[in-house]
Design a protein around this ligand. Structure first.
Ligand code: ATP
Length: 350
């Protein structure tokens, strides 16, 4: 078993900085998710840990070994990628066994280990099929079994679910979570899907332009985003963000007036989550009064979006709630649910 340390790790190609001063300790057995938009440096970070990419600066330590100079095969890591990387001419059994052959593991143990891995991902009935005869989800499970069979110190998974359809993504996600819990192997998982990150991770690292924006448990990241980037990236829908002015504890913006806020006078960015606010039937004492832009039925709730001039603001109402487009609605946004951010840097203020 092994923890991982990245000490001020950077990756540059010429003047371009792919990963900037990444500094993080990952605990033994932790499930860490790297989350961020396309191009933010997630895969590069992963590839540096795997040894597929040189580190320009900094140190990578796995267990108690500095691995900067080690070949990928000597790092005791198993990887699962979005493209399954299966051998088309081998059947499922042979694909799963392959890493054991390459590593010259005692052949007497192969059958046992392959069967155990196949059982874990429920593939026992498919052992004689070739990859072409499998569904996408089954292929991904073969790739998982091939990682499991090695009993590595670390799993690295790069968007392993992105080729699966929505339903299969959810069930395979649950399977990965359960497997990691059972195997207790330190896992680093890359995704740009915030729901995947929130459901799988012990801790999430949110990245942008190669720079860590926030590290925390899913709850910490959701409840106290460190800046407007994280606030706007996490949650479905993402946090509502509005520009305005704070004066004597009263925030005013387009169609908005919220009082009782702590914070310095001056321009400010205010945020709140759709599920923390509510719609009011009458527009007496509401903080936003604006025409409805759209109403979406979510099954367990109704999402009302209003257009407060520049900003779209979404609020979750009860599942029975109905309103027409363009009808005026009052939204209740108590000060206690609001998050305040610096209007220029976007950094959280409290
Ligand atoms: P995605 O979700 O799209 O896979 P990512 O967050 O994994 O994105 P990376 O693949 O790590 O992003 O890339 C980070 C940045 O580094 C990108 O801007 C990319 O264009 C750049 N990059 C990656 N590999 C190279 C390379 N070999 N030479 C120059 N720039 C590169």
């Amino acid at each position: 078993m092994a923890g991982i340390q990245l000490k001020n790790v950077s990756k540059r190609w010429g003047n371009f900085v792919g990963v900037d001063n990444f500094d993080l300790t990952i605990a033994d057995r932790e499930f860490l998710v790297l989350l961020g938009p396309s191009g933010c440096g997630k895969t590069t970070t992963m590839r540096m840990i795997a040894g597929l990419e040189d580190v320009t600066e900094g140190q990578i330590i796995i267990g108690d070994r500095v691995v900067n100079g080690l070949e990928p095969k000597d790092r005791d890591i198993a990887m699962v990628f979005q493209s399954y990387g299966l051998y088309p001419n081998m059947n499922v059994y042979e694909n799963i066994r392959f890493p054991l052959k390459v590593r010259k593991v005692d052949p007497a143990t192969h059958d046992d280990r392959v069967m155990r891995a196949a059982d874990m991902v429920e593939l026992r009935d498919f052992l004689h099929r070739k990859p072409a005869e499998l569904s996408g989800g089954q292929r991904q499970r073969v790739a998982l079994a091939r990682a499991i069979v090695r009993e590595p110190n670390v799993f690295l998974m790069d968007e392993p679910l992105s080729n699966l359809d929505a339903k299969l993504r959810v069930s395979t996600r649950a399977q990965i979570k359960n497997l990691q819990h059972e195997l207790q192997v330190t896992t680093i998982y890359v995704t740009h899907d915030q729901i995947e990150a929130m459901t799988l991770a012990d801790r999430v690292v949110v990245m942008k332009h190669g720079v860590i924006q926030q590290v925390g448990t899913p709850t910490q990241i959701y409840d106290r985003p460190a800046n407007t980037f994280v606030a706007g990236f996490i949650g479905s829908p993402a946090m509502n963000l509005m520009e305005g002015h704070l004066q004597g504890g009263v925030f005013t913006g387009d169609h908005v007036r919220i009082s009782g806020l702590p914070g310095p006078d001056g321009p400010i960015t205010l945020g709140f989550r759709a599920e923390d606010a509510s719609v009011a039937r009458t527009d007496g004492e509401t903080e936003i009064t604006a025409p409805v832009y759209t109403m979406e039925l979510l099954g367990d709730a109704t999402m009302i979006t209003v257009k407060a001039r520049g900003s779209m603001v979404s609020v979750k109402a009860g599942k029975e709630y109905r309103i027409e487009i363009d009808e005026t609605v009052g939204l209740h946004i108590p000060a206690a649910i609001c998050h305040l951010f610096h209007h220029e840097t976007g950094v959280r203020l409290d």
